[in-house]
Design a protein around this ligand. Structure first.
Ligand code: GDD
Length: 409
């Protein structure tokens, strides 16, 4: 059988996702109308002989309880949340729960970062992994040479696909092939992680006896149970016929910022093409609204028939979209009210916010720029005829004057 593990991190991570992560754990933020982590979970459903999906993180259990039970029912696959008492790093977190993961003697472990957006070609990777015969296979993608330094850069043998060299977030250019944060492992990975942690313990003991060394800041080391998959496992084991790569030509993005979540919401909408006219027809006249491109509207939301929606728009539960409103490239969260003739373009509108009549909330749509997408936190009020451009507004603010290129604290 196969066990899938999704690393979800914890509240001290994902800080670049503020102010949206102030309300909800980043892995549960909705993309294309579904929590971020819903997408890799539903991709795992395609794995033959999948026995179990674990989410590992250091958020409180109660934050994931509802999600885990509803997705288990919906997708009919057992999903469990496992809480670490503290961060152990991406490999240490996995190792921490080795007994549970290995309980039913799985042949393979699929490991996924929660904050990547891709088509998750897992069955194809598994097949490739079996043919390579190593301890692990890494999903790899080609990026622009300028952006390669934000990721784990690697070099692989073009014929055998063996991982030859791996550098995490290199300062100088190494390669335009990068680690996508999607892996297939055999259970031997646990022996490799154990090895790193044993090595650390030995070094720590050695340092205690040679006290001079202990005074050197460079030797102050990480806790023995903190192991990173990239720096501590992939780098040292590259070129040892243990790891192989599987290259995807499909879309792949990393979701570290609110701006990127808007881009990824669009990618998932396009992938599903679930522009569902039936979801619009929820008995409130909204089925007449003009829809263009990929749009998701939660059935509980009310959209006025004269509103124009799309492309790349996701509207969560209980939103009200008024007459003549125009929404393009945006995520509208629960309980938002958008009044008559308001315009929202390249923006994320936080829970319970309200946008006044004839107001505009917009941005350039440059997903990588700090203010390229306008973000309104929870319960923000934009009064009538106010224009908000390329700005971030923290929760509970009321805007009665127009702003541009501002962060409203
Ligand atoms: N449970 C748990 N515990 N999860 C963790 C921990 C931890 O201690 N540390 C990180 N994670 C989770 C994060 O939530 C994320 O899903 C994943 O592990 C990787 O996070 P980081 O270790 O912070 O790395 P990164 O996202 O900056 O970069 C990694 O992913 C890139 C692909 O998106 C690296 O592996 C890069 O090489 C890679 O390109």
């Amino acid at each position: 059988s196969v066990v899938a593990v999704i690393m979800v991190g914890g509240p001290t991570k994902g800080t670049r996702f503020r102010p949206l992560s102030l309300n909800i754990p980043k892995p549960l933020f909705p993309l294309a109308g579904q929590p971020m982590v819903h997408h890799p979970i539903s991709a795992c459903k395609r794995i033959p002989n999948l026995a179990q999906i674990y989410l590992i993180g250091f958020y409180e259990e109660r934050e994931f309880a509802l999600f885990v039970s509803s997705i288990s029912n919906e997708l009919r696959v057992p999903v469990r949340y496992l809480k670490e008492d503290k961060p152990h790093g991406s490999a240490g977190g996995l190792y921490n729960f080795r007994d549970l993961i290995l309980e039913d003697n799985p042949s393979h472990i699929v490991l996924l970062n929660c904050d990547v957006c891709c088509s998750f070609p897992l069955p194809e990777m598994l097949e490739a992994h079996r043919s390579y015969g190593g301890m692990g296979t890494i999903l790899v993608n080609k990026v622009s040479p300028e952006s390669a330094n934000q990721f784990g850069a690697l070099v692989a043998d073009p014929v055998t696909n063996e991982l030859l060299h791996y550098t995490e977030k290199p300062e100088t250019f190494v390669s335009d092939r990068i680690n996508c944060g999607v892996y297939i492992f055999t259970p031997e990975i646990f022996t490799a992680i154990q090895g790193v942690s044993t090595q650390r313990k030995e070094r720590a003991t050695l340092r205690r006896v040679t006290s001079f060394e202990a005074l050197q800041p460079a030797n102050r080391s990480l806790p023995t149970d903190f192991v990173r998959l990239d720096q501590d496992i992939l780098s040292p084991l590259a070129g040892k016929k243990q790891f192989y790569v599987y290259e995807t030509r499909d879309f792949w993005e990393q979701i570290k910022t609110p701006g990127m979540s808007l881009k990824c919401s669009g990618l998932y909408l396009a992938q599903f093409r679930f522009t569902p006219p039936h979801l619009l027809a929820s008995g409130n006249g909204s089925k007449n609204a003009t829809i263009s491109g990929d749009v998701y509207i939660h059935p509980s939301s009310k959209v006025h028939p004269t509103a124009k929606i799309g492309p790349n728009v996701s509207i969560s539960a209980n939103a009200r979209i008024g007459a003549g409103a125009r929404l393009v490239s945006c995520i509208i969260l629960d309980d938002v009210e958008i009044k008559e003739n308001a315009v929202v373009i390249h923006a994320i509108v936080g829970w319970k916010s309200s946008i006044g009549r004839w107001s505009r909330v917009q941005a350039s749509g440059d997903y990588n720029a700090k203010l390229g997408v306008t973000i309104l936190g929870e319960s923000v009020t934009v009064e009538d005829e106010v224009v908000v451009i390329n700005s971030i507004v923290l929760p509970n603010k009321t805007l009665n004057v127009s702003v541009q290129e501002e962060i409203i604290l």
